[in-house]
Write a protein that binds this ligand. Sequence first.
Ligand SMILES: [Zn+2]
Length: 330
Amino acid sequence: MKLRSRVVEAEILDPGAGFRPARTVVEIRWDPLTGHSSRILPARGLMPPGEADLEALAEESRATCPFCPDRIESRTPKLTPAVAPEGRIRVGRAVLFPNLLPYGAHSSVSVYAPDLHLLRLGDMTPDLVADNLAAQVAWVRAVQATDPDARWASVSANHFVPSGSSLFHPHLQGLVDREPTTVQRVLSEVPAGRFAEYLDTERDLGARYVGRIGRVEWLAGFAPVGPAEIRAFVPGAASPAELDERDVRDLGRGIATVLNLYADLGYESFNLAACGVPDRPLDVRIVARSSLRPFYRSDVTSLERLHFEGAVDVSPEDLALRAGERFPTP
Ligand SMILES: [Zn+2]
């Protein structure tokens, strides 16, 4: 497979250099699966590290948090008996319940642990992620057993305010519906063989390939939709419901590894989406989001929001090098 890209040059007369000509190189890349394009910019410091006092923010929101130990039993909804007779799904320290504000026919929220109101990315562990993921997998299976036509399943994360999270307490979200999201629909239109071709190509090229844990393969996105995008594919599992126990542990380890790397890079907030698409490998994408600081700049501009165009100044190849040091050698 040929990965499509094009380098363009911009020229300005630079006010900081006596108005002499200055050139900037921008590489435009096309995602080999979705066709989504992205602009790779020279490092410009678009993602400065956080300055906010996360402990202080955690304390401010703790007293009224519905996911904390004092309130989770009385303030969060329960699942119907057909889905879970106990009303909630518990795996390890994780607790899953329905979303009070559903985004579709079946919508869930799962906390990593009721007592983890503050969970920094540097403190993520394979078990915390895997147990939370396992709760989502159990929920997707239970929901689909009651509603077999709801075949579009995904697990996502909005971690801390810049990512769109409305509650401070870290959690995952699940969505199972009869209608796909836009990305699920687009991925379903990609010929099934193209996923394996993409993985083969990146494994051969090596520059963005990060590693493999079990049957989960990890790489830096060629055409990232957001900063520091890391992608995983699970060949043989088309939906979160098809992840076996081993996959869940392997994915948990990989996701925790990526989030620990984000912490080292100075990032505190991220989005994740594991998009289930029938007959396609499960596609997991993780992107960093802007750090909390007074008057911070959102990493999502008119390009991302309205042009559906990525624009990042984190080099995918540099990111892959950093990530590769933490993943097992293939
Ligand atoms: Zn809380």
